[in-house]
Design a protein around this ligand. Structure first.
Ligand SMILES: C[S@@+](CC[C@H](N)C(=O)[O-])C[C@H]1O[C@@H](n2cnc3c(N)ncnc32)[C@H](O)[C@@H]1O
Length: 470
Protein backbone atom coordinates (compact mmCIF):
# COMPACT_ATOMS: atom_id res chain seq x y z
CA UNK A 1 0.00 0.00 0.00
CA UNK A 2 1.14 3.54 -0.67
CA UNK A 3 0.56 5.97 2.16
CA UNK A 4 1.37 9.45 3.33
CA UNK A 5 3.40 9.65 6.53
CA UNK A 6 3.53 12.65 8.81
CA UNK A 7 5.28 13.15 12.16
CA UNK A 8 3.37 11.36 14.88
CA UNK A 9 1.19 9.24 12.55
CA UNK A 10 2.57 6.07 14.17
CA UNK A 11 3.67 5.47 17.72
CA UNK A 12 5.35 2.17 18.60
CA UNK A 13 4.22 0.88 15.23
CA UNK A 14 0.54 1.72 15.87
CA UNK A 15 -1.42 4.28 13.88
CA UNK A 16 -2.53 7.09 16.20
CA UNK A 17 -6.27 7.79 15.88
CA UNK A 18 -7.98 10.92 17.20
CA UNK A 19 -9.05 11.10 20.84
CA UNK A 20 -12.49 9.50 21.15
CA UNK A 21 -14.54 11.69 23.43
CA UNK A 22 -18.32 12.12 23.45
CA UNK A 23 -19.50 15.24 25.28
CA UNK A 24 -23.13 16.23 25.89
CA UNK A 25 -24.59 18.99 23.71
CA UNK A 26 -26.23 21.97 25.37
CA UNK A 27 -29.02 23.83 23.63
CA UNK A 28 -28.47 27.57 23.83
CA UNK A 29 -31.54 28.52 21.84
CA UNK A 30 -34.38 27.05 19.78
CA UNK A 31 -34.92 29.36 16.85
CA UNK A 32 -38.24 29.98 15.08
CA UNK A 33 -40.24 27.51 17.14
CA UNK A 34 -43.90 28.44 17.65
CA UNK A 35 -45.57 27.93 21.03
CA UNK A 36 -47.62 25.20 19.38
CA UNK A 37 -44.51 23.40 18.06
CA UNK A 38 -42.97 23.59 21.53
CA UNK A 39 -46.09 22.23 23.22
CA UNK A 40 -46.34 19.35 20.75
CA UNK A 41 -42.70 18.40 21.24
CA UNK A 42 -43.04 18.57 25.02
CA UNK A 43 -46.08 16.29 24.87
CA UNK A 44 -44.20 13.81 22.66
CA UNK A 45 -41.27 13.91 25.06
CA UNK A 46 -43.51 13.45 28.13
CA UNK A 47 -45.23 10.45 26.58
CA UNK A 48 -41.88 8.80 25.86
CA UNK A 49 -42.28 9.06 22.07
CA UNK A 50 -39.68 10.43 19.65
CA UNK A 51 -39.73 14.22 19.53
CA UNK A 52 -39.84 16.04 16.21
CA UNK A 53 -36.51 16.44 14.44
CA UNK A 54 -34.78 19.81 14.85
CA UNK A 55 -31.97 20.89 12.53
CA UNK A 56 -28.81 21.72 14.48
CA UNK A 57 -26.38 24.61 14.35
CA UNK A 58 -23.47 23.78 16.64
CA UNK A 59 -20.80 26.18 17.80
CA UNK A 60 -17.45 24.54 18.60
CA UNK A 61 -14.36 22.77 17.35
CA UNK A 62 -15.01 19.81 15.04
CA UNK A 63 -12.41 17.94 17.07
CA UNK A 64 -14.95 17.65 19.92
CA UNK A 65 -18.22 17.98 18.03
CA UNK A 66 -17.71 15.15 15.53
CA UNK A 67 -16.96 12.43 18.11
CA UNK A 68 -19.80 13.79 20.25
CA UNK A 69 -22.23 13.30 17.34
CA UNK A 70 -21.24 9.64 16.97
CA UNK A 71 -23.47 8.09 19.67
CA UNK A 72 -26.54 9.47 17.91
CA UNK A 73 -25.49 9.67 14.26
CA UNK A 74 -22.92 6.95 13.48
CA UNK A 75 -23.68 5.66 9.93
CA UNK A 76 -26.72 7.93 9.71
CA UNK A 77 -25.54 10.94 7.73
CA UNK A 78 -26.55 10.71 4.07
CA UNK A 79 -24.40 13.49 2.65
CA UNK A 80 -21.34 15.31 3.97
CA UNK A 81 -19.94 18.42 2.33
CA UNK A 82 -16.86 20.05 3.82
CA UNK A 83 -14.94 23.11 2.75
CA UNK A 84 -12.14 22.96 5.32
CA UNK A 85 -9.77 25.84 6.00
CA UNK A 86 -6.29 25.51 4.63
CA UNK A 87 -4.00 27.82 6.40
CA UNK A 88 -5.06 31.33 5.54
CA UNK A 89 -6.50 33.72 8.09
CA UNK A 90 -9.59 34.21 5.93
CA UNK A 91 -10.47 30.56 6.35
CA UNK A 92 -10.78 31.14 10.05
CA UNK A 93 -12.81 34.30 9.60
CA UNK A 94 -9.87 36.38 10.84
CA UNK A 95 -10.32 38.77 7.97
CA UNK A 96 -14.07 39.08 8.42
CA UNK A 97 -15.61 42.50 8.68
CA UNK A 98 -19.09 43.21 9.90
CA UNK A 99 -20.85 46.46 10.77
CA UNK A 100 -19.89 47.79 14.20
CA UNK A 101 -23.54 48.17 15.11
CA UNK A 102 -23.83 44.38 15.07
CA UNK A 103 -23.14 43.71 18.70
CA UNK A 104 -22.71 39.94 18.42
CA UNK A 105 -19.56 39.71 16.39
CA UNK A 106 -16.04 40.44 17.57
CA UNK A 107 -13.48 41.18 14.90
CA UNK A 108 -10.55 39.67 16.75
CA UNK A 109 -10.27 35.88 16.55
CA UNK A 110 -11.22 34.21 19.81
CA UNK A 111 -8.69 32.29 21.90
CA UNK A 112 -10.14 28.99 20.73
CA UNK A 113 -9.90 30.13 17.12
CA UNK A 114 -6.30 31.21 17.53
CA UNK A 115 -5.42 27.91 19.15
CA UNK A 116 -7.28 25.94 16.46
CA UNK A 117 -5.49 27.93 13.81
CA UNK A 118 -2.12 27.04 15.34
CA UNK A 119 -3.14 23.38 15.74
CA UNK A 120 -4.13 23.21 12.13
CA UNK A 121 -1.41 25.13 10.44
CA UNK A 122 1.21 25.84 13.13
CA UNK A 123 3.40 22.97 11.94
CA UNK A 124 2.79 23.58 8.24
CA UNK A 125 1.62 20.71 6.08
CA UNK A 126 2.50 18.15 8.79
CA UNK A 127 0.09 19.53 11.36
CA UNK A 128 -2.52 20.10 8.65
CA UNK A 129 -2.34 16.49 7.51
CA UNK A 130 -2.81 15.21 11.05
CA UNK A 131 -5.72 17.59 11.56
CA UNK A 132 -7.30 16.61 8.24
CA UNK A 133 -6.82 12.89 8.85
CA UNK A 134 -8.57 13.14 12.26
CA UNK A 135 -11.51 14.89 10.59
CA UNK A 136 -11.80 12.20 7.93
CA UNK A 137 -11.77 9.39 10.52
CA UNK A 138 -14.87 10.83 12.25
CA UNK A 139 -16.68 11.74 9.06
CA UNK A 140 -16.30 8.24 7.73
CA UNK A 141 -17.89 6.82 10.88
CA UNK A 142 -20.79 9.24 10.58
CA UNK A 143 -21.45 8.56 6.89
CA UNK A 144 -24.31 6.18 6.02
CA UNK A 145 -23.56 3.01 4.06
CA UNK A 146 -25.15 4.56 0.94
CA UNK A 147 -23.88 8.08 1.70
CA UNK A 148 -21.53 10.44 -0.13
CA UNK A 149 -18.86 12.85 1.01
CA UNK A 150 -17.59 15.83 -0.99
CA UNK A 151 -14.35 17.49 0.15
CA UNK A 152 -13.83 20.95 -1.29
CA UNK A 153 -10.13 21.90 -1.65
CA UNK A 154 -7.68 23.67 -3.91
CA UNK A 155 -4.11 23.29 -5.10
CA UNK A 156 -2.70 24.06 -1.63
CA UNK A 157 -3.53 20.73 -0.03
CA UNK A 158 -5.83 18.92 -2.47
CA UNK A 159 -3.27 16.35 -3.56
CA UNK A 160 -2.19 15.43 -0.04
CA UNK A 161 -5.81 15.23 1.09
CA UNK A 162 -6.67 12.84 -1.74
CA UNK A 163 -4.06 10.36 -0.51
CA UNK A 164 -5.49 10.49 3.02
CA UNK A 165 -9.05 10.08 1.74
CA UNK A 166 -7.97 7.10 -0.39
CA UNK A 167 -6.36 5.54 2.66
CA UNK A 168 -9.39 6.00 4.90
CA UNK A 169 -12.21 5.27 2.45
CA UNK A 170 -10.32 2.80 0.25
CA UNK A 171 -9.28 3.87 -3.24
CA UNK A 172 -12.28 2.05 -4.78
CA UNK A 173 -14.66 4.45 -3.01
CA UNK A 174 -13.28 7.41 -4.92
CA UNK A 175 -15.83 8.56 -7.49
CA UNK A 176 -14.69 11.84 -8.98
CA UNK A 177 -12.42 14.80 -8.84
CA UNK A 178 -14.66 17.65 -9.94
CA UNK A 179 -12.99 20.81 -11.16
CA UNK A 180 -15.05 23.87 -10.36
CA UNK A 181 -14.13 27.17 -12.00
CA UNK A 182 -14.59 29.54 -9.10
CA UNK A 183 -13.55 32.80 -10.69
CA UNK A 184 -12.90 34.40 -14.06
CA UNK A 185 -9.42 34.83 -15.51
CA UNK A 186 -6.83 36.78 -13.49
CA UNK A 187 -5.03 39.50 -15.42
CA UNK A 188 -2.16 40.02 -12.97
CA UNK A 189 -0.38 36.68 -13.08
CA UNK A 190 3.32 36.57 -13.59
CA UNK A 191 5.25 33.52 -14.78
CA UNK A 192 2.49 31.15 -13.79
CA UNK A 193 -0.96 30.23 -15.02
CA UNK A 194 -3.91 32.01 -13.49
CA UNK A 195 -5.34 29.91 -10.72
CA UNK A 196 -9.10 29.90 -11.20
CA UNK A 197 -10.37 26.54 -10.00
CA UNK A 198 -11.08 24.53 -6.85
CA UNK A 199 -11.53 20.77 -6.67
CA UNK A 200 -14.24 18.65 -5.11
CA UNK A 201 -13.24 15.11 -4.18
CA UNK A 202 -16.25 12.79 -4.10
CA UNK A 203 -16.16 9.51 -2.15
CA UNK A 204 -18.85 7.04 -1.17
CA UNK A 205 -18.96 4.48 1.59
CA UNK A 206 -19.97 1.63 -0.74
CA UNK A 207 -20.95 0.89 -4.34
CA UNK A 208 -24.63 1.46 -3.57
CA UNK A 209 -25.15 5.19 -3.13
CA UNK A 210 -27.74 7.87 -3.86
CA UNK A 211 -27.26 9.33 -7.32
CA UNK A 212 -29.80 11.56 -9.04
CA UNK A 213 -28.35 12.20 -12.49
CA UNK A 214 -28.03 15.90 -13.33
CA UNK A 215 -27.88 17.34 -16.83
CA UNK A 216 -26.55 20.46 -18.44
CA UNK A 217 -28.00 22.00 -21.57
CA UNK A 218 -26.50 21.18 -24.96
CA UNK A 219 -23.96 23.67 -26.20
CA UNK A 220 -23.96 24.94 -29.79
CA UNK A 221 -21.22 22.56 -30.90
CA UNK A 222 -23.09 19.56 -29.53
CA UNK A 223 -26.34 20.66 -31.18
CA UNK A 224 -24.62 21.22 -34.52
CA UNK A 225 -22.98 17.78 -34.38
CA UNK A 226 -25.77 15.57 -33.08
CA UNK A 227 -28.93 17.38 -34.16
CA UNK A 228 -27.91 17.51 -37.79
CA UNK A 229 -31.35 17.68 -39.45
CA UNK A 230 -33.58 20.72 -39.89
CA UNK A 231 -37.37 20.34 -40.07
CA UNK A 232 -39.87 22.35 -42.11
CA UNK A 233 -40.11 24.92 -39.27
CA UNK A 234 -36.35 25.40 -39.13
CA UNK A 235 -35.89 23.44 -35.87
CA UNK A 236 -32.88 21.21 -35.47
CA UNK A 237 -33.40 17.53 -34.70
CA UNK A 238 -31.59 14.21 -34.74
CA UNK A 239 -32.98 11.21 -36.56
CA UNK A 240 -30.85 8.57 -35.08
CA UNK A 241 -31.17 6.64 -31.87
CA UNK A 242 -29.52 9.07 -29.51
CA UNK A 243 -29.49 6.58 -26.69
CA UNK A 244 -26.38 4.77 -27.92
CA UNK A 245 -23.62 5.37 -25.41
CA UNK A 246 -25.89 7.18 -22.94
CA UNK A 247 -26.17 6.17 -19.32
CA UNK A 248 -29.23 4.27 -18.05
CA UNK A 249 -30.91 7.28 -16.47
CA UNK A 250 -30.76 9.32 -19.69
CA UNK A 251 -32.03 6.39 -21.71
CA UNK A 252 -34.87 5.88 -19.26
CA UNK A 253 -36.00 9.48 -19.73
CA UNK A 254 -35.84 9.25 -23.50
CA UNK A 255 -37.75 6.00 -23.60
CA UNK A 256 -40.33 7.33 -21.18
CA UNK A 257 -40.80 10.28 -23.45
CA UNK A 258 -41.07 8.05 -26.52
CA UNK A 259 -43.61 5.93 -24.67
CA UNK A 260 -41.77 2.83 -25.71
CA UNK A 261 -41.38 -0.27 -23.55
CA UNK A 262 -39.11 -2.11 -23.68
CA UNK A 263 -36.72 0.22 -25.47
CA UNK A 264 -36.29 -0.72 -29.13
CA UNK A 265 -33.52 0.95 -31.05
CA UNK A 266 -35.69 1.35 -34.17
CA UNK A 267 -39.08 2.96 -34.33
CA UNK A 268 -40.50 0.43 -36.82
CA UNK A 269 -40.59 -1.98 -33.90
CA UNK A 270 -43.45 0.04 -32.33
CA UNK A 271 -47.09 -0.81 -32.30
CA UNK A 272 -49.15 0.77 -35.04
CA UNK A 273 -51.08 2.97 -32.57
CA UNK A 274 -47.90 4.48 -31.19
CA UNK A 275 -46.50 4.98 -34.64
CA UNK A 276 -49.72 6.76 -35.65
CA UNK A 277 -49.57 9.01 -32.62
CA UNK A 278 -45.96 9.95 -33.37
CA UNK A 279 -46.82 10.53 -37.00
CA UNK A 280 -49.70 12.82 -36.01
CA UNK A 281 -47.28 14.77 -33.81
CA UNK A 282 -44.87 15.17 -36.74
CA UNK A 283 -42.22 13.13 -34.96
CA UNK A 284 -41.39 10.64 -37.71
CA UNK A 285 -38.65 11.25 -40.21
CA UNK A 286 -39.59 9.45 -43.46
CA UNK A 287 -36.67 8.55 -45.68
CA UNK A 288 -36.72 9.74 -49.27
CA UNK A 289 -35.31 6.39 -50.44
CA UNK A 290 -37.76 3.53 -50.81
CA UNK A 291 -37.07 0.76 -48.35
CA UNK A 292 -35.33 3.16 -45.93
CA UNK A 293 -36.12 3.04 -42.29
CA UNK A 294 -38.47 5.59 -40.71
CA UNK A 295 -36.68 7.26 -37.78
CA UNK A 296 -37.85 9.10 -34.76
CA UNK A 297 -37.16 12.85 -34.71
CA UNK A 298 -35.46 13.92 -31.49
CA UNK A 299 -35.46 17.63 -30.71
CA UNK A 300 -32.87 18.94 -28.21
CA UNK A 301 -35.46 20.81 -26.14
CA UNK A 302 -37.36 17.57 -25.53
CA UNK A 303 -34.34 15.72 -24.17
CA UNK A 304 -32.87 16.05 -20.68
CA UNK A 305 -29.51 17.45 -21.83
CA UNK A 306 -25.94 16.23 -21.47
CA UNK A 307 -25.25 14.18 -18.33
CA UNK A 308 -23.17 16.37 -16.05
CA UNK A 309 -19.40 15.90 -16.46
CA UNK A 310 -16.60 16.56 -13.95
CA UNK A 311 -15.68 20.01 -15.28
CA UNK A 312 -18.05 22.64 -13.87
CA UNK A 313 -17.70 25.83 -15.83
CA UNK A 314 -21.34 26.85 -15.81
CA UNK A 315 -21.73 27.97 -12.21
CA UNK A 316 -22.50 31.66 -11.74
CA UNK A 317 -19.85 33.47 -9.71
CA UNK A 318 -20.61 34.95 -6.35
CA UNK A 319 -20.17 38.64 -7.02
CA UNK A 320 -19.82 41.16 -4.24
CA UNK A 321 -23.28 42.52 -4.89
CA UNK A 322 -24.99 39.11 -5.20
CA UNK A 323 -28.15 38.90 -3.08
CA UNK A 324 -26.87 35.77 -1.33
CA UNK A 325 -23.60 37.48 -0.26
CA UNK A 326 -23.33 37.43 3.53
CA UNK A 327 -20.03 39.26 4.04
CA UNK A 328 -18.27 36.01 4.92
CA UNK A 329 -14.91 35.92 3.15
CA UNK A 330 -14.91 32.29 2.01
CA UNK A 331 -18.60 31.93 1.16
CA UNK A 332 -19.42 29.50 -1.67
CA UNK A 333 -22.28 29.97 -4.15
CA UNK A 334 -25.62 28.33 -3.40
CA UNK A 335 -25.74 26.93 -6.95
CA UNK A 336 -22.71 24.78 -6.18
CA UNK A 337 -24.31 23.26 -3.08
CA UNK A 338 -27.63 22.86 -4.88
CA UNK A 339 -25.99 20.68 -7.50
CA UNK A 340 -24.19 18.50 -4.94
CA UNK A 341 -27.22 18.13 -2.67
CA UNK A 342 -29.59 17.34 -5.53
CA UNK A 343 -27.25 14.75 -7.02
CA UNK A 344 -26.29 12.91 -3.86
CA UNK A 345 -29.29 13.12 -1.52
CA UNK A 346 -33.07 12.95 -1.45
CA UNK A 347 -35.70 14.95 0.42
CA UNK A 348 -35.64 14.22 4.15
CA UNK A 349 -32.00 13.03 4.05
CA UNK A 350 -29.53 14.24 6.67
CA UNK A 351 -26.68 16.59 5.62
CA UNK A 352 -23.58 17.46 7.64
CA UNK A 353 -21.13 20.32 7.18
CA UNK A 354 -18.68 20.80 10.06
CA UNK A 355 -17.12 23.97 8.54
CA UNK A 356 -20.35 25.78 7.84
CA UNK A 357 -18.87 29.32 7.52
CA UNK A 358 -21.62 31.58 6.20
CA UNK A 359 -24.20 28.76 6.26
CA UNK A 360 -24.39 27.86 2.55
CA UNK A 361 -24.94 24.11 3.06
CA UNK A 362 -27.61 24.67 5.73
CA UNK A 363 -29.44 27.34 3.71
CA UNK A 364 -29.57 25.23 0.56
CA UNK A 365 -30.39 22.07 2.51
CA UNK A 366 -33.25 23.91 4.19
CA UNK A 367 -34.66 25.10 0.85
CA UNK A 368 -34.39 21.62 -0.65
CA UNK A 369 -36.15 19.99 2.28
CA UNK A 370 -33.18 18.13 3.69
CA UNK A 371 -32.39 17.81 7.39
CA UNK A 372 -29.05 19.30 8.37
CA UNK A 373 -26.36 19.52 11.07
CA UNK A 374 -23.98 22.46 10.73
CA UNK A 375 -20.97 23.31 12.92
CA UNK A 376 -18.31 25.95 13.11
CA UNK A 377 -15.68 27.10 15.51
CA UNK A 378 -16.24 30.75 14.81
CA UNK A 379 -18.90 32.74 16.60
CA UNK A 380 -19.16 34.97 13.54
CA UNK A 381 -19.93 31.92 11.39
CA UNK A 382 -22.67 30.78 13.77
CA UNK A 383 -24.12 34.28 13.86
CA UNK A 384 -24.01 34.66 10.05
CA UNK A 385 -25.60 31.25 9.50
CA UNK A 386 -28.35 31.88 12.03
CA UNK A 387 -29.17 35.22 10.43
CA UNK A 388 -29.10 33.76 6.92
CA UNK A 389 -31.44 30.92 7.88
CA UNK A 390 -33.88 33.33 9.46
CA UNK A 391 -34.04 35.10 6.08
CA UNK A 392 -35.49 31.95 4.47
CA UNK A 393 -39.30 32.10 4.30
CA UNK A 394 -40.93 29.48 6.56
CA UNK A 395 -37.59 28.17 7.83
CA UNK A 396 -38.20 25.16 10.07
CA UNK A 397 -37.29 25.54 13.76
CA UNK A 398 -33.66 24.73 14.51
CA UNK A 399 -31.53 24.58 17.65
CA UNK A 400 -28.28 26.41 18.35
CA UNK A 401 -26.03 24.24 20.51
CA UNK A 402 -22.54 24.03 21.93
CA UNK A 403 -20.58 21.74 24.21
CA UNK A 404 -20.31 24.50 26.80
CA UNK A 405 -17.89 23.99 29.61
CA UNK A 406 -17.41 20.35 28.60
CA UNK A 407 -15.61 21.43 25.43
CA UNK A 408 -13.35 23.76 27.42
CA UNK A 409 -12.56 21.05 29.97
CA UNK A 410 -11.82 18.50 27.25
CA UNK A 411 -9.72 21.06 25.45
CA UNK A 412 -7.65 21.67 28.59
CA UNK A 413 -7.04 17.95 29.07
CA UNK A 414 -6.08 17.45 25.42
CA UNK A 415 -3.91 20.53 25.09
CA UNK A 416 -2.01 20.43 28.37
CA UNK A 417 -1.00 16.82 29.01
CA UNK A 418 0.36 16.04 32.46
CA UNK A 419 2.47 13.30 34.00
CA UNK A 420 1.26 13.96 37.57
CA UNK A 421 1.42 11.12 40.11
CA UNK A 422 -2.29 11.28 40.85
CA UNK A 423 -5.43 13.04 39.68
CA UNK A 424 -4.88 16.06 41.92
CA UNK A 425 -1.35 16.62 40.78
CA UNK A 426 -2.38 16.18 37.13
CA UNK A 427 -5.12 18.75 37.61
CA UNK A 428 -2.71 21.23 39.20
CA UNK A 429 -0.14 20.84 36.43
CA UNK A 430 -2.77 21.33 33.77
CA UNK A 431 -4.17 24.43 35.41
CA UNK A 432 -0.71 25.94 35.69
CA UNK A 433 0.04 25.24 32.02
CA UNK A 434 -3.34 26.64 31.03
CA UNK A 435 -2.79 29.87 33.01
CA UNK A 436 0.64 30.29 31.42
CA UNK A 437 -0.92 29.88 28.00
CA UNK A 438 -3.57 32.53 28.66
CA UNK A 439 -1.07 35.00 30.20
CA UNK A 440 1.17 34.47 27.21
CA UNK A 441 -1.69 35.02 24.81
CA UNK A 442 -2.49 38.37 26.41
CA UNK A 443 1.21 39.25 26.83
CA UNK A 444 0.92 39.46 30.61
CA UNK A 445 3.80 38.53 32.95
CA UNK A 446 3.27 35.63 35.35
CA UNK A 447 3.68 36.21 39.10
CA UNK A 448 3.74 33.67 41.91
CA UNK A 449 2.94 33.56 45.58
CA UNK A 450 -0.77 34.48 45.32
CA UNK A 451 -3.78 32.19 45.12
CA UNK A 452 -6.06 34.50 43.11
CA UNK A 453 -3.64 36.68 41.21
CA UNK A 454 -1.68 35.12 38.39
CA UNK A 455 0.00 37.91 36.47
CA UNK A 456 0.52 41.58 35.78
CA UNK A 457 0.00 43.66 32.71
CA UNK A 458 0.51 47.40 32.24
CA UNK A 459 0.73 47.90 36.00
CA UNK A 460 -2.46 45.96 36.73
CA UNK A 461 -3.00 42.63 38.39
CA UNK A 462 -4.41 39.76 36.32
CA UNK A 463 -6.61 36.85 37.42
CA UNK A 464 -7.12 33.89 35.07
CA UNK A 465 -10.35 32.06 35.83
CA UNK A 466 -10.65 28.27 35.63
CA UNK A 467 -11.30 26.93 32.13
CA UNK A 468 -14.87 25.86 32.99
CA UNK A 469 -15.86 29.09 34.75
CA UNK A 470 -19.09 30.55 33.34
C1 LIG B 1 -13.61 27.89 4.05
S1 LIG B 1 -14.65 28.31 5.38
C2 LIG B 1 -16.21 27.57 4.97
C3 LIG B 1 -17.05 28.43 4.05
C4 LIG B 1 -18.41 27.85 3.73
N1 LIG B 1 -18.34 26.71 2.84
C5 LIG B 1 -19.35 28.88 3.12
O1 LIG B 1 -19.91 28.68 2.03
O2 LIG B 1 -19.52 29.93 3.75
C6 LIG B 1 -14.00 27.31 6.66
C7 LIG B 1 -14.68 27.40 7.99
O3 LIG B 1 -14.11 26.44 8.87
C8 LIG B 1 -14.18 26.95 10.19
N2 LIG B 1 -13.23 26.18 11.02
C9 LIG B 1 -11.88 26.22 11.02
N3 LIG B 1 -11.37 25.32 11.89
C10 LIG B 1 -12.43 24.70 12.48
C11 LIG B 1 -12.57 23.68 13.46
N4 LIG B 1 -11.49 23.11 14.02
N5 LIG B 1 -13.81 23.29 13.79
C12 LIG B 1 -14.91 23.85 13.24
N6 LIG B 1 -14.84 24.84 12.30
C13 LIG B 1 -13.63 25.25 11.93
C14 LIG B 1 -13.83 28.42 10.03
O4 LIG B 1 -14.30 29.18 11.13
C15 LIG B 1 -14.54 28.76 8.71
O5 LIG B 1 -15.82 29.28 8.95
Amino acid sequence: MTELIWDGKYKDGKKQGPVRIALPFQTIETVNESAQDRRRNLELFASGRDTEWRNRLIWGDKKYILPSLLPEFASRVNLIYIDPPFGTGADFSFAASIPESDGFFEKEPSILEQKAYRDTWGGGITSYMRWFYETVVWLRELLAEDGSIYVHLDFNVGHYAKVILDEEFGGASFRNEVVWRRTSAHANVSQRYGNVHDVLLHYTNSDKFTWNQQYTSYDEEYIATFFDQVDERGRRYARRDLTAGMDRASKGQIYAWKGITPPPSRCWAMTKDKMDALEAAGKIHWPKKTGGMPRLKLYPEELPGVPLQDLWLDMPQLHNLAAERSGYPTQKPEALLERIIQTSSNEGDLLLDCFIGSGTTAAVGERLNRRWIACDLSRFAIHTTRKRLLGIPRVKPFVVQNLGKYERQAWQVAEFPSNGKDHLEEQRERETAYRRFILDLYRASPISGHSWLHGTKAGRMVHVAAVDAP
